[in-house]
Design a protein around this ligand. Structure first.
Ligand code: NAD
Ligand code: MN
Length: 358
């Protein structure tokens, strides 16, 4: 039997609620589709930090390395600064495992209402590819003259030829695999003359290897406008670490809610395990109430299955999720009144109704 080892890191806030929901659904899928999963659960995160002074142990990456994939909840705590939680757990995994491609599919699911007028299922169907290893989040910078009037802080964006070229290749590959074969390269080369001009130049070079893919370029500020006013003009999108971070929250909102948006932090070369997580954070405003939307976590699980090569199970899961949404079994953030558990049970029931998977 095909077997996979999943490292689950539910972490903080609603993270454990949505990861538990996802694991429940994955368990049903595995038995239906004929593969088995071992789930190793790690208690790293903010509670771990309160006990041990670190978000994860020093040998954390070594513990994860042999997993086939990592299934991650969310980090963030009211009482611990965000840069400590983020740089203590999520970013060390992304950067340590060189998960340089952050894939963020966005589309409007049936039954979900977009805040955009006259935009429904099929009108907004994007794949955002975020550079995930360098750029504005390279972690290069520092502070001097701390606490003094002349204090200074720098945050340096790093663009390397290797880093930009590999994300462009990944983006053109993704665009090529989608029906429209269209890529939009997001930039800011009017104002940022070095890193962003370099980014554009490499995009143009890589494009030469993809004559079957049409592509265009958009400045990031104009991109926000285009996403809102002309969603149908976009398909695959590539942007820097910071730009894509911002644009993908906008994308999630335009598709209905942050609560449905998934992401994969992927090492396309498969040297290291890739990490799959909902885009949303720990949402402490709703944590513990049992009302978190598990759809992002399910969609994330579907991406993970696809990455593992379990395409039939991945498709079956998204089909089930779409049927449940279309039937109106939804949490509050997308206009329903169901709880996390009710949506999860509805997806389990929808999967049980499928004749065969795979
Ligand atoms: P958030 O994503 O946690 O929440 C934003 C809003 O969306 C909140 O109103 C929340 O209730 C709602 N929301 C999010 N996910 C939802 C879901 N599944 N179902 C229903 N509603 C949902 O972002 P925030 O409030 O800016 O940040 C909270 C904490 O999470 C911070 O500490 C932040 O640093 C952290 N964070 C972590 C990640 C991550 O782990 N990848 C991502 C973003 C934010
Ligand atoms: Mn973000």
């Amino acid at each position: 039997m095909r077997h996979y080892r999943i490292a689950a890191i539910p972490a903080d806030g609603i993270g454990p609620e949505v990861i538990d929901a996802g694991l429940e659904v994955l368990d049903v899928l595995a038995s239906r589709a004929g593969f088995s999963l071992t789930v190793d659960r790690y208690d790293w995160g903010s509670d771990y930090y309160r006990k041990h002074g670190v978000m994860m142990p020093a040998d954390g990456l070594a513990q994860l390395k042999s997993a086939d994939a990592i299934y991650f909840g969310a980090v963030g705590d009211k009482d611990i600064p965000d840069h400590i939680t983020l740089w203590g757990l999520r970013l060390p995994i992304c950067q340590g495992f060189d998960q340089y491609a952050n894939l963020r599919p966005t589309r409007i699911l049936p039954g979900v209402t977009s805040p955009l007028r006259d935009v429904g299922v099929g009108d907004l169907d994007w794949l955002i590819i975020r550079e995930n290893s360098e750029g504005e989040y390279a972690g290069v910078g520092g502070r001097a003259h701390r606490g003094l009037p002349e204090e200074v802080a720098t945050e340096v964006a790093i663009f390397t030829r290797v880093g930009v070229e590999r994300i462009m290749r990944c983006a053109f590959d993704c665009a090529r695999a989608r029906p429209r074969k269209h890529l939009t390269v997001v930039t800011k080369s009017n104002a940022q003359r070095f890193g962003m001009v370099f980014w554009d130049e490499i995009a143009a070079l890589v494009a030469q290897d993809y004559p079957d893919v049409t592509w265009d370029k958009e400045l990031v500020d104009a991109m926000t406008l285009r996403m809102v006013c002309k969603p149908r003009s976009l398909d695959t999108i590539v942007a820097t670490n910071l730009h894509a971070d911002i644009l993908s929250d906008l994308a999630a909102a335009l598709a209905g809610s942050l609560g449905v948006a998934p992401t994969g932090n992927v090492d396309p070369q498969r040297r290291y395990p890739s990490m799959f997580e909902p885009i949303h954070g720990s949402a402490f405003d709703i944590a513990g109430q049992g009302i978190a939307n598990p759809v992002a976590s399910f969609w994330t699980a579907s991406m993970m299955l696809e990455h593992l090569g379990e395409r039939a199970a991945a498709t079956a899961l998204m089909d089930a999720v779409e049927r449940v949404c279309a039937a109106g079994v939804m949490t509050r953030d997308i206009g329903g009144s169901a709880t996390t558990a009710e949506v999860t049970q509805a997806v389990v029931a929808a999967l049980a109704g499928v004749n065969a998977i795979g």
